[in-house]
Design a protein around this ligand. Structure first.
Ligand code: CTP
Ligand code: MG
Length: 165
């Protein structure tokens, strides 16, 4: 594979995770997943992790997998889309749990963790269905922070996100 092919493979592999993450941002809100509860005196997850965000993320991310299945006529993308979406949102939840325990408030910036949490979760769960090639994984890890910062800035400028990161 040349570099262009690796980049395209990386985008295709991680697409459902990106869709899941953005759908949670765009469609989330309302009741927080932790119901406002605390663990060791700190919010478990915080108000930025909502039930609607989880449901929207898993649903729309899985739909992206269906779309890829149809596009490439390959049924594997269907289960892959589901686990990548579940993985993406789980990774994001785990990062919030860690941030809260470290005393970082909702939206508080943790470089790299904030941009990559969903990718870690997605690739770990996604690998149960399909393990990405090492060069594909590297491209995903290198490109995602830039893509994430750019899309979040756009979301912020459109008033869809509280912080520009
Ligand atoms: N979101 C949601 N439900 C989720 C994940 C995200 O509703 N399961 C929405 C929230 O509105 C959240 C936004 O998407 O504020 C951006 O997500 P993220 O940056 O992960 O959350 P933060 O607000 O920065 O909170 P945290 O500090 O916990 O990361
Ligand atoms: Mg954040």
């Amino acid at each position: 594979m040349n570099l262009i092919q690796v980049v395209i493979s990386a985008i295709i592999y991680i697409l459902p995770a990106y869709v899941a993450n953005s759908s949670a941002l765009l469609l989330g809100g309302g009741r927080p997943v932790d119901g406002g509860r605390k663990f060791r005196g700190k919010r478990i997850l915080g108000d930025g992790k909502t039930v609607r965000g989880l449901v929207a993320g898993v649903s729309v991310g899985s739909l992206a997998g269906v779309g890829l299945s149809l596009l490439f006529n390959d049924l594997l993308f269907f289960p892959l889309g589901i686990v990548l979406s579940v993985g993406a949102l789980s990774g994001d939840l785990v990062a919030s749990l860690l941030k809260r325990q470290l005393g970082i408030k909702r939206g508080g910036l943790v470089p790299l963790l904030d941009q990559l949490d969903f990718v870690f979760g997605a690739v770990i769960l996604g690998s149960f269905i399909k393990v990405p090639a090492l060069n594909v994984l590297l491209v995903i890890l290198i490109l995602t922070p830039f893509v994430h910062l750019f899309t979040n800035l756009v979301a912020y400028l459109f008033g869809l996100k509280k912080d520009p990161w």
